[in-house]
Design a binder for this molecule. Structure first.
Ligand SMILES: NC(=O)c1ccc[n+]([C@@H]2O[C@H](COP(=O)([O-])OP(=O)(O)OC[C@H]3O[C@@H](n4cnc5c(N)ncnc54)[C@H](O)[C@@H]3O)[C@@H](O)[C@H]2O)c1
Length: 263
């Protein structure tokens, strides 16, 4: 894991009680930043993680709020900025698949209006809302935004067509916001591949499938957090980009590998 001196820097991470968000909080806090952890109100894991990290000596606070709700998201960001006393890094990481098993692209009936609205509101409008509420503070600090997209937003083949569409739009919004806020604020995204996390959607990840990934394993939350840390703390001339972090999955298996019959 790379390191950087982030003492005095302030960060807000959404969807931070678990997985990539939690590993990002730890990466930022271990490097000296004060971090606000956002997650859904009432999620017991949020207070548990804040308590655990505080006991370990890190400067962390809870920032409960629903990124998928206009009022809740805006108020949460404003309060976190006020509690932290400013903001240097916003990590728009909260996301949802809206399903606990992958939906075939041919299954249009399962991707109804309500499903579209939920995924759009959390995965796409959520980052927009949080960015809008944080932009003044980030301009002042000459800060950075990192959005958690997905390789599904580049090649599809994720939990659903709707999910892939929201992540593709998030990648596009990353470029739009880089143009809008430069040179004051850098705006980038990461596109994770397979993640070992509590993600609601269960994929059938056989060893045979994982062996088709050049790195021969799923990515850990720490693998993704390291890329987010780099895009926050370093990369002074990088903006508008989406860094693919997938162990080589989208590069494809070697032509001499024996492929599994079905993925
Ligand atoms: N797990 C994967 O396979 C995968 C792959 C590519 C990209 N991603 C993306 O990575 C990000 C993090 O996912 P993860 O794998 O760490 O999953 P995770 O389930 O471990 O963590 C997601 C966290 O977000 C929180 N959350 C969900 N909706 C929220 C909302 N409306 N407001 C605030 N918090 C909310 C959840 O409570 C949870 O704590 C997501 O944006 C996801 O789309 C995940």
């Amino acid at each position: 894991m790379i390191s950087s001196d982030l003492s005095g820097r302030k960060a807000l991470v959404t969807g931070a009680a678990s997985g990539i968000g939690l590993a990002t909080v730890e990466a930022l806090a271990r490097n000296g930043a004060s971090v606000a952890l956002n997650d859904l109100p009432g999620n017991p894991a949020l207070d548990e993680q804040v308590k655990r990290l505080s006991a370990e000596g890190f400067t962390v606070i809870a920032a409960p709020g629903n990124a998928g709700d206009a009022d809740s998201a805006g108020q949460m960001v404003k309060k976190a900025i006020s509690d932290l006393g400013g903001l240097d890094f916003l990590v728009n990481n909260a996301g949802t698949p809206g399903t606990n098993k992958p939906i075939s692209p041919a299954d249009l009936a399962s991707q109804d209006e309500a499903f579209w609205q939920t995924l759009l509101s959390v995965n796409l409008v959520g980052p927009f809302r949080c960015t809008a509420a944080a932009v003044d503070a980030l301009r002042e600090s000459k800060g950075a935004i990192v959005n958690t997209a997905s390789i599904a937003g580049i090649v599809g083949n994720g939990s659903s067509t709707v999910y892939a569409a929201t992540k593709a739009a998030l990648i596009n919004m990353t470029r739009e916001h880089a143009r809008a806020f430069g040179p004051d604020i850098r705006v980038n995204a990461i596109a994770p591949g397979v993640v070992v996390s509590n993600w609601d959607c269960r994929f059938d990840r056989t060893t045979e499938f994982l062996n088709t990934i050049p790195m021969k394993r799923a990515g850990t939350p720490e693998d993704y957090a390291e890329a987010i840390l780099f895009l926050c703390a370093g990369g002074a001339y990088i903006t508008g980009q989406t860094l693919v972090v997938d162990g080589g999955l989208t590069a494809g298996p070697s032509s001499t590998d024996k492929l599994p019959d079905a993925r």
